[in-house]
Design a protein around this ligand. Sequence first.
Ligand code: PLP
Length: 431
Amino acid sequence: MNKINSLESKVRSYCRAYPVMFTKAKNSHLIDKDGKKYLDFLCGAGSLNYGHNNPDLKNKVIDYLNQDGIIHSLDLATESKEEFLDSFSKNILSPRNLDYKIQFTGPTGTNAVEAALKIARKVTGRTKIISFTNGFHGVTLGSVAATGNKHHRGGAGISLNDVMFMPFDGYMGKKLDTIDYLRRLLEDNSSGIDLPAAVILETVQGEGGINIASSKWLQSLQELCREFGILIIVDDIQVGCGRTGTFFSFEGMGITPDLVVLSKSLSGFGLPFSLLLLKPELDKWKPGEHNGTFRGNNLAFVTAKTAIEQYWTTDELEKQIILNSKILQTRLEEISKEFPSSDIQVRGKGMIYGIDCILGDFASEIRQKCFENGLILETCGADDQVVKLLPPLNIYEDDLMLGLDILETSIKQVISESDFDKLLEAEVIQK
Ligand code: PLP
């Protein structure tokens, strides 16, 4: 750790919250240098939906390397690329009646978001984008302009332009339909709001605090966008690839986005890999216009294809997510009763859940106590006040239960050891 602390930039973050040296990982566990096992409910911030070192994916990697398979290829034609495209089209897009062109972007999620924003602006000839309160879309300049969080925006160093923020579903409380508000602004020639190229949104805001858009809200948004010729970009980087229970988070919600961004768990193995799905008529790029050296991660093509065929050609995983989701919901509701305030909220869907602890310090104490007790999880939300759970989708039930037991014990310890109940009371009264 000393070398890391002295040599690595101050920008490092997760290693500050979990200050041990990790040496191994398997399924739902991370193991440190002293052999201590931690249940991993952080999951590479959603990049390890099928667990660490998933054996089926690992064996494919080993075979591919042993055969001297191509690793780097820019965007040259390779067999692994063609096989991935064929499998993605056959097993993911076709069964869902989705017609998209597939663009390989740079390997990070934010690069795929950049591509989505660029093509939306290019195709419509408009510059503005509408993003939503608490949205998180990455930290490169185009994406961070569409990200609400002050901390991330503050790192940009230049003014962040051409994005207008509108209230997400529920942001103004239950009584105000935020799409009505948006409609009013778009309809009014004097609202000061320019017609945007696109809206960008997460159907469940992962970094922003596990805020869930209802299907009604999404459908109203789609109706409004169609009426005004505004494109819809769904950022499924964190909650796609099965996290909410279906491969795409918008499935069954009654919308068909014009553009979809995927990354994180797409490779299935934690390898960097992102893509942008575009309705064919939007594919107006000139060759190489959004290029990048690392657009053809062939090892990721191999693991992504294997993951699709292993998990998304039957409904087994989806059924497992439904069961695990029920366990999460029920246990977290019970656990939330331990808190000294009834304002504590449990929010979630599929296998992304959060407990909104109201106070960031409280959530951070809980995260710390969980870590000491052998459970790794992160916090999210505007004030990092939400304890967030992202267990692997294929976690063994015993491990899921154990993780929830650790969370419960840790919460009880934090409550008994601190004055948070008083602080919480004061905060709730203030609000
Ligand atoms: N969009 C969403 C919804 C995310 O959750 C993230 C990362 O957490 C990103 C974009 C950015 O992805 P990356 O960190 O790979 O650039």
